[in-house]
Write a protein that binds this ligand. Structure first.
Ligand code: GCB
Length: 546
């Protein structure tokens, strides 16, 4: 990338009255990081383009220490500079990245400049065509991370596939150093293993141990401690098996129903991107109130706060990448981009037992290019991790003689047949639910990844009046009854927990830039339909948990 030599990244100051410097960070406004810019200043609400950030820090160099500059996420493209030097660029608005700055950081004063650009192009992932707010900026935590020069770079700790009495995984160093001794402990299980790295700097392990399994009813996590010399890494990790057998989903060998809800990562009460654990917990507590045991984190990787909070609260997680609607399936770079986002999401969340489904896409219209693209992504996901299920939210096929067919070439690659369906909202009438038949010719579990409709909280009318709470409650009652008749019905995640910002939702009276399909309004008030779903899930819970 070619940056103008006068560019902001140099953080220059005019030295004489004649100097041409067309910016001055020291007099600029401040933005809070982490945070989207849209909700920090009225003028930025609709803004799409570049904003330059500058942050000073002081540092005292230490022996035998590496220093990394870490970003939880920046939407969409970030170019990062340290003391005027370009460290690199990163694309993808929802995945973490970092730079090793050990050799570049100076003793004393340093400055980081980041240019973040959120303008989406047709070949980006996602494209500019979405139904959510394109919040720009450094939306997640930024950290300076110190490690010893030889440090633990990665690890995996999980149950061996198909077994309940063996824990397996690896610990990997940041260098290919053989013979390094690493200790792995899980005190509660009395596990104490001494590992030795191979020539790749990696130590694989299989340990005999029978942990209590994690489940929504009992979200057991264990302290895991990895010690490498003076370095100690602590995590909380749970153990479980997830698999399918015919039309059933089995969690720890027992049939389970995914009582789910879709969630956008939008902050409760104030909108904007969620950037704290507290805000993540408010959303997830609402999901618990609904009697959920599952959340679909749509349509992009949510922050680690969301995933970790869900795990602790006993909610299974569907993790997704933003391969959404009409991305440029024929473009090689677009594939590389999606594939990298998938790798980054899977790498980040691989130790989270709550994550049971990797979702590769949402509502992608069939074409040859799309099929090749998604088939390749599926193979990649399976190759990286065969201990979880993979799926993608498909579109429904056509309806003939009142029979809707679910047929998609990609269904042979997925473990769960998932589809979005808006009968009664985007097509047909609510009453059609009473007679609609379904043709789902696969011996796999069926999951309705989206369905729903819009209602303005507080607007009351009869059940035939669109946008009323009564209309939505009726749509919920009838949809639920219809899906509950499906053979192989293994779960669902209606659209959506809370009303969310969307630029395409412009009806002044009912929408006002909000997608109104939430069960809860943007101010945190529950609509009637919330209780319809809550009661159905209470029933399902009884059915499955006795
Ligand atoms: C969908 C999309 C979701 C939209 C929703 C809607 O099918 O997957 O992102 O927000 O419909 O409200 O239309």
């Amino acid at each position: 990338m070619n940056f103008n030599k006068y560019g902001y990244f140099k953080n220059q100051q005019a030295k004489s009255p004649l100097d041409l410097i067309q910016y001055d960070f020291s007099t600029e406004e401040q933005l809070v990081v982490p945070g989207d810019w849209n909700t920090q200043k009225k003028e930025f609400f609709f803004y799409e383009g570049s904003i330059w950030y500058k942050k000073d820090f002081t540092y005292q160099k230490k022996e035998d220490t590496r220093l990394y500059l870490y970003f939880g996420a920046a939407n969409y493209e970030a170019n990062v500079f340290l003391n005027g030097e370009h460290l690199g660029s990163h694309i993808g608005g929802f995945t973490p990245f970092n730079y090793d700055i050990t050799d570049k950081v100076k003793e004393g004063n340093n400055f980081v400049v980041v240019r973040v650009n959120n303008k989406l192009k047709p070949d980006d992932v996602p494209t500019s065509n979405t139904d959510w707010w394109n919040y720009g900026g450094i939306t997640r935590d930024v950290l300076l991370v110190e490690t010893p020069s030889v440090s633990v770079d990665d690890y995996l700790v999980q149950l061996e596939k198909g077994r309940y009495d063996r824990i397996q995984g690896f610990v990997k160093l940041n260098t290919r150093q053989a013979g390094v001794k690493i200790k792995l402990e899980i005190p509660e299980l009395k596990v104490k293993a001494q590992l030795t790295t191979d020539t790749e700097g990696k130590a694989d392990f299989h340990i005999k141990s029978t942990p209590k399994c994690w489940s929504p009813e009992s979200p057991q996590l264990y302290d895991v401690i990895i010690t490498n010399g003076t370095e100690q890494i602590k995590d909380r990790i749970g153990f479980r098996q997830i698999e399918t057998k015919g039309k059933n989903i089995l969690l720890n060998g027992k049939k389970v129903f995914f009582r789910g809800i879709c969630i956008h990562e939008e902050a409760p009460y104030r909108q904007g991107r969620v950037h704290s654990r507290e805000e993540a917990e408010i959303l997830l507590k609402w999901a618990k109130e609904l009697n959920c045991n599952f959340v679909r984190l749509a349509h992009y990787p949510h922050s680690e706060h969301m995933v970790r909070a869900a795990e602790e609260m006993g909610l299974m997680v569907w993790d997704e990448i933003p391969v959404y609607w009409t991305i440029a399936f024929g473009n090689k770079e677009t594939y590389q981009n999606a594939s990298q986002q998938l790798i980054d999401m899977m790498e980040r969340d691989k130790n989270r037992c709550a994550v049971v489904v990797w979702s590769l896409a949402n509502e992608t219209p069939e074409s040859e290019d799309r099929n090749t693209f998604l088939a390749n992504l599926s193979k990649q996901a399976k190759q990286m991790d065969n201990t979880r299920l993979i799926s993608m939210a498909m579109e429904v096929g056509g309806t003939r003689d009142n029979v809707t067919s679910i047929q998609d070439g990609m269904n042979k690659y997925v473990d769960i047949i998932s589809f979005n369906n808006y009968l009664g909202w985007y097509g047909g009438r609510i009453d059609d639910c009473k007679t609609r038949k379904w043709n789902i010719p696969y011996d796999k579990p069926v999951f309705i990844s989206e369905w729903g409709g819009g209602a303005l909280q507080g607007y009351h009318a009869d059940k035939n009046t669109r946008w009323s709470e009564e209309f939505l409650a009726e749509l919920y009652r009838q949809s639920i009854a219809m899906y509950d008749r499906l053979e192989g019905f293994a779960g669902m995640s209606p659209w959506i927990l809370v009303d969310f910002r969307s630029a395409r939702r412009q009806h002044h009276t009912y929408q006002n830039f909000f997608n109104r399909k939430g069960l809860i309004s943007e101010n945190g008030i529950k609509k009637q339909a919330f209780y319809v779903l809550r009661d159905f899930y209470a029933k399902k819970k009884m059915e499955y948990e006795q």
